[in-house]
Design a protein around this ligand. Structure first.
Ligand code: FAD
Length: 478
């Protein structure tokens, strides 16, 4: 039996894995390979939280392969050079991989495909990550979409309810001499001594394909009902929490959609289901935007903001935002949830991003970079779109005058203060009425939460007015 290399990247699963399936369908023995080459993704090489997740995800993938008779061959270094070595070692006749859509990955993959094809190897890439690939959806004028609603109207019609292929039951054994590194050799986990900053993550997450499927089952049996409303409340288990699993390809969006569409939902739940699908649609839209406008990972999508006067970041204030010490409880709760769990609720992501880009008026890139390093679901397409949307610089973005009022957001979405009390425990003793704006209750704050900042690092009202003025200046005015 001949061999085919199957190059795993961010498709760390065995079910609905078209690259793996293509090798098997061709009658070749797949050689599952992972090559660690973070520099090839620069300037957005994965951050520390992503690496911590990747460590566990690779272990899970290797265990799943071993359970089927195969194993993961891990190498480190230049991807093309490592692939060439592996071709020589295995006499592989083909190379299969699943596509990525970030600019640096596209450039690398194109180079590798051209190089190997010209030497006669069968090289084939597949779609494992998206419901609709970016070049397959376009406006009536043949342009990429810049507005979500018509994009999703078009893309949604193409959703396929067919259940994708499951994981193969058995896989051919690899040649015994074929060797690689151990996952631990990649030193992906935090290297500093205990207590490790990622310790809290693993109370919340089980990286790997099995963990992803468990979350999907739990979501379909539970939070899917009521999702449309409940997804706004950060203290509730009301969303799927599939984002890191989707980012690492431990589950495919096709599997999620097929499972959702296979279920007979009561009419009253249908709006919840439609809303959930539309959030997967935002993920598709983000990838569509990054593919067609690759400069937007670095630059504003909306050119009107090219000359916008962002404030020069003050290191002390930026650190207060990063560590959840701004004095604004809902902002601090979000930033601490991120630090402790590697994830933040979507509502608070918008609130903290608005605080940074509008109240502090710092360039969205400062926030995007912090998220990049600390989120386990850090994803260039979604992160770029999320930040540019909130900052008002993106495609189909929140208008510049939409400035999230963190006090009103807390009153509306965390009225009983459960989220704030959980993540900012030094405020736990304050009465509910004082939790959203504790600086207005100075005596209580001094007495019951002496360790909490006595007032916000920036005056909310004055900074809001200053932002509105700056955003409506001649350079940015619509
Ligand atoms: P669910 O509500 O269960 O949604 C299901 C899936 O749909 C998610 O797993 C995700 O893949 C996708 N999705 C949901 N909301 C969005 C959205 N607004 N945009 C794009 N896709 C979405 N998401 C990331 O995956 N990675 C990021 O790096 C990221 N950075 C963000 C930065 C900012 C400033 C903002 C405002 C949002 C960001 N998001 C990011 C989007 C969103 O917050 C997360 O996808 C969501 O909170 C993940 O939780 P969930 O899996 O429970 O989502």
């Amino acid at each position: 039996m001949g061999h085919a290399l199957v190059w795993f990247r961010r498709d760390l699963r065995l079910a609905d894995n078209p690259a793996l399936k293509a090798a098997l369908d061709a009658g070749l023995a797949p050689v599952p390979v992972y090559i660690h080459a973070p520099d090839e993704e620069a300037p957005w090489a994965p951050g520390a939280a992503s690496h911590a997740w990747l460590h566990r995800s690779l272990l899970a993938l290797d265990a799943d392969l071993r359970a089927r008779g195969s194993r993961l061959i891990i190498r480190q270094g230049d991807s093309l050079a490592e692939i060439e070595k592996l071709i020589a070692e295995t006499k592989a006749e083909a190379l299969h991989w699943n596509r990525l859509y970030e600019p640096a990955s596209i450039a690398r993959d194109t180079r590798i495909k051209q190089g190997l094809k010209s030497r006669g190897l069968h090289v084939e890439s597949h779609n494992a990550a998206l419901l609709v690939e970016p070049w397959t959806v376009q406006t009536g004028q043949g342009e990429p979409y810049r507005v979500f609603t018509p994009f999703w109207k078009n893309a949604r019609q193409r959703l396929d309810a067919t259940m994708p292929a499951g994981a193969p039951r058995r896989l051919p054994e690899l040649p015994p001499m074929l060797a690689g590194l151990g996952v631990e050799d990649l030193r992906l986990e935090p290297q500093r001594p205990e207590p490790r900053w990622d310790a809290g993550f693993w109370e919340h997450w089980v990286p790997g394909e099995a963990g992803a499927l468990e979350l999907l089952d739990a979501f379909l049996d539970g939070a899917a009902r009521g999702y449309k409303e409940q997804r706004n409340f950060p203290d509730r288990i009301a969303t799927s929490k599939l984002s890191p699993h989707l980012h690492f390809g431990e589950i495919s969006p096709r599997t999620i959609v097929a499972r959702v569409l296979a279920q007979a939902w009561p009419a009253a739940v249908q709006p919840d289901i439609d809303h959930f699908l539309s959030e997967l649609g935002w993920r598709e839209f983000s990838h569509h935007l990054l593919f067609h406008f690759p400069h937007t990972a670095q630059e504003n999508m909306n050119p009107r903001f090219r000359e916008f006067r962002w404030a020069r970041p003050d290191a002390r204030l930026l650190a207060a935002w990063q560590r959840g010490r701004t004095g604004v409880p809902i902002v601090d709760a979000g930033m601490r949830e991120l630090w402790h769990t590697g994830w933040m609720h979507n509502r608070t992501r918008m609130v903290v991003a608005s605080f940074l880009t509008k109240n502090l008026r710092y360039h969205w890139k400062h926030g995007a970079q912090w998220f990049w390093d600390t989120l386990v679901d850090a994803d260039l397409a979604n992160n770029t779109q999320g930040w540019q949307w909130t900052a008002g610089t993106g495609a189909d973005a929140a208008p510049y005058f939409r400035i999230f009022n963190p006090v009103a957001q807390a009153e509306k979405f965390d009225a009983a203060g459960k989220y704030v009390r959980r993540w900012v425990p030094e405020l736990a003793k304050l009465p509910d009425a004082a939790l959203s704006a504790p600086w207005e209750h100075a005596d209580l704050l001094r007495r019951l939460a002496p360790d909490y900042p006595p007032k916000p690092i920036v005056d909310l009202k004055a900074s809001r007015e200053a932002a509105l003025e700056a955003y409506s200046g001649p350079k940015t005015k619509p």
